[in-house]
Design a protein around this ligand. Structure first.
Ligand code: ADP
Ligand code: ZN
Ligand code: ZN
Length: 735
């Protein structure tokens, strides 16, 4: 048999695979799709993944180069995941090599061995158990403490568990090991739950029914929308579903938005399950990420919890996928391979024949349409678990009201009432910093970002102007650069300004601000949340960081400071997002004996959408929004792709998109409308001019029939070299 040709995916922007000969001396029968090879590529080297073996090379045989080295003994990616990623590459029209690379931990992409690291577990030895109290009394205190702790632990202790001890426990441990009283064992770097998991609460009726229905779906592809108001016990339902999956000897994959992957959530899983699990969060280093990935692949980790990219985690025997807060836009990757982890969770579950639960109190219109069309089962939890009541939501008309710093007089009065009753108040404003604009009162000069078409945000405490779009910052000017006047005034309010204003309006009451600025240091968010729940601070002001995951039982009043924010958004999804945020924030408040009250400050109290949301709730709002999308043929009633291009000169992206548009017409774009080229809403960002071409089709198939031949040819267009372009299939952000 002639030597086969290796068809290999190489990380490169080219829409093709590359052919190589097997590495010298390598038995071709060892080669299997999903293995990595080190390759010569251009003038350098790279790591590629074998797609298949072929007898017919894409180039003449004598031009083929040999691969340098086979890096794996077994396929790195199981066939299931290879299949999924090929689909992903086709669907998002993204080069196969880059698609596969996106799914791999960095170290594997670079060619590191696929070997899991270990960590030490210290245990007591038989001799250690027998150390009598006399000897113990004469030991150095640190050694004695350590010995006692080792004796008390059933399974031994890891460095994590010992980290609460004084710093030099390591020396003390070394002494114990030398004396033969303790021993170290290398174990996989897994997170362990409690040895004795806490018992689960009794389910209420709606939960019990839901869990039963999920039970019937195990081992079958079943997309389930778990539509339950905040606090209705969705997490409890996930925990039960996972219990059933684990009992069947299979693994669970849980995807959550970045912001909700907090120690609290992980803690809840660890308290319930003694099973080993891995948590894939952004704080992991490359080695830890690789370990977690390998432990999921080997099946040693029974539960995998992670953000967006965890959807690509290989698993030995996956039994269920759960996507919590499925409406959250952080499930969509906004650079490179622009995938939706929520959508891919469903695709992967279908290929695996397992259930997938999409949970939310405010489901996306996409998922609600899937329910309406019978593609997803609808599981509902209409009431809060336990006896907590849903909050009451009111619009607060702020027209003609005295209003300073976004705080209207009636809102301040209401706050005072709630504070007088020893309760807490939460204020929501999705804008951090002191003020979004700094203006000269003499001449009208405004502090602009030099690299973007936008204002700089004033951060008063840091005495800085910062651009929230490109990250530029500079010190606050004391005088207007145009007219020299010192009369520079902040216009509009961010969370920092509200925090300052509250100290004047309601002196003596502790205020806690929660936004990206106040929570930069690791652990600071947890510390703030803890202080709030202890009652140390009685007013909370925060951005959307406050909207998710947390529960504040003593908060009885929630104030949405700018309810008009979603009304004038340029994106057609702006109002849907605002509605979701309002309901999510509202859900943070209240408990059985202290029902919550939510007020939304607005200049448009007659707005029908706002009224619907407040009077009849999210689902009534969603139905109306859906009807509107239907009438205007917007997603989910149509399908979009956005071709973006940017360059340092404004003409280039526009020209490139014109050429792309002409190419589409040549290829035939039946069933697809093309809009543009048009400038992006923020035309210049980080020094680049940005343009876009929007493609829209009523039928998904029409859109993809065009994208399939079109996208690979875009790099060949004359202007392509002068721009950076990207294609976004099913964009969630049109700006
Ligand atoms: P969600 O995920 O829908 O916001 P959670 O699962 O976090 O809801 O539940 C909200 C609160 O109610 C939690 O404190 C949880 O412990 C409690 N809870 C959930 N289910 C029950 C139940 N069946 N009985 C008593 N308390 C419950
Ligand atoms: Zn001026
Ligand atoms: Zn900028």
């Amino acid at each position: 048999m002639p030597t086969p040709v290796l068809r290999i995916a190489v990380p490169s922007p080219l829409y093709r695979s590359f052919d190589y000969l097997p590495p010298p001396g390598c038995d071709p029968t060892r080669l299997k799709p999903g293995m990595r090879l080190r390759l010569p590529f251009g003038r350098s080297r790279t790591v590629g993944i074998l797609l298949e073996l072929s007898q017919t090379p894409q180039v003449e045989h004598h031009k083929l180069k040999a691969a340098l080295e086979l890096l794996d003994d077994e396929p790195l990616l199981p066939a299931e995941l290879m299949g999924l990623l090929r689909l992903v590459s086709d669907y998002y029209h993204h080069p196969i090599g880059e698609t596969l690379a996106t799914a791999l931990p960095v170290l594997l992409r670079q060619g590191s061995a696929a070997a899991a690291g270990h960590r030490a577990l210290w245990r007591i030895t038989a001799a250690g158990k027998e150390v009598d109290s006399d000897i113990l009394a004469r030991l150095a205190k640190r050694q004695a403490d350590l010995l006692q702790r080792l004796r008390a632990s059933r399974n031994g202790l890891t460095a994590d568990q010992l980290s609460g001890l004084p710093r030099n426990w390591v020396d003390a441990m070394a002494t114990l090991v030398k004396k033969g009283w303790a021993e170290a064992k290398q174990i996989p770097a897994l997170e362990f739950g409690r040895a004795e998991p806490e018992s689960a609460p009794d389910l209420n009726e709606a939960q019990a029914q839901t869990v039963e229905r999920i039970g019937h779906c195990l081992g079958l592809f079943s997309p389930l929308l778990l539509d339950g108001v905040t606090g209705s016990g969705k997490t409890e339902v996930y925990l039960r579903a996972i219990t059933a999956v684990l009992a069947a000897g299979r693994q669970a994959l849980v995807l959550v938005p970045e912001i909700t992957l907090t120690p609290q959530l992980v803690g809840r899983f660890k308290r319930r399950f003694s099973t080993p699990m891995v948590v894939l969060h952004s704080g992991l280093n490359d080695r830890e990420r690789l370990n977690a990935w390998l432990l999921a692949r080997s099946g040693e980790a029974a539960i995998v919890i992670g953000t967006r990219s965890a959807v690509f985690t290989p698993m030995q025997s996956p039994g269920i996928i759960i996507v919590d807060e499925e409406h959250d836009s952080s499930f969509k990757q906004q650079s490179g391979l622009r995938y939706s982890a929520r959508d891919l969770a469903v695709v992967r579950a279908r290929r695996l024949d397992i259930p997938v639960i999409l949970g939310s109190a405010t489901p996306s219109l996409e998922s609600l349409l899937n329910v309406a069309q019978g593609r997803y089962q609808h599981l509902t939890l209409p009431q809060r678990a336990g006896s907590a009541k849903p909050p009451h939501i009111d619009l607060m008309d702020v027209r003609h009201q005295p209003m300073e710093d976004q705080l209207s007089a009636p809102l301040l009065r209401l706050m005072q009432q709630h504070l007088d009753q020893d309760n807490q108040v939460l204020l929501f404003l999705n804008l951090r910093g002191f003020s979004p604009t700094l203006i000269c009162h003499e001449c009208g000069w405004v502090a602009h970002c030099r690299r973007c078409d936008t204002h700089m945000t004033l951060h008063l405490k840091k005495r800085q102007l910062r651009c929230h779009h490109c990250g530029s910052q500079r010190p606050v000017t004391q005088q207007c650069p145009d007219c020299g006047s010192p009369d520079l005034r902040p216009l509009g309010s961010g969370t920092e300004r509200i925090e300052t204003a509250l100290a004047q309006h309601l002196p003596g009451i502790g205020v806690s601000r929660i936004d990206r600025d106040s929570t930069q240091r690791k652990g600071s968010l947890e510390a703030l949340l803890e202080e709030i729940n202890r009652g140390g601070k009685r007013i909370l002001i925060g951005t959307q960081m406050l909207a998710k995951g947390h529960h504040f039982p003593d908060v009885t009043l929630v104030g949405v400071l700018d309810g008009d924010q979603g009304l004038f958004g340029v994106d057609f999804r702006a109002s849907e997002r605002m509605a979701q945020l309002i309901i999510q924030v509202a859900g943070r408040a209240g408990r059985a004996d202290k029902p919550g009250h939510v007020v939304i400050q607005t200049h448009h109290p007659d707005n029908p959408m706002l009224q619907l949301l407040c009077r009849e709730g999210y689902h009534a709002y969603a139905q109306a929004a859906m009807d509107e999308r239907h009438l205007t043929a917007l997603p989910p009633y149509s399908h979009m792709a956005l071709l973006r291009a940017e360059a340092a000169q404004s003409l280039q992206p526009e020209n490139f998109l014109h050429q792309a548009e002409q190419l589409a017409q040549q290829l035939g774009s039946a069933g697809v409308e093309l809009y543009g080229p048009m400038p992006a809403v923020m035309e210049r960002r980080a020094g680049k001019y940005r343009y876009q071409l929007l493609l829209q089709a009523e039928r998904r198939a029409d859109l993809h029939r065009l994208l399939t031949p079109w996208t690979p040819q875009l790099n060949g267009l004359p202007e392509a070299r002068k721009v950076r372009w990207s294609l976004d299939v099913d964009p969630v952000d049109l700006i």
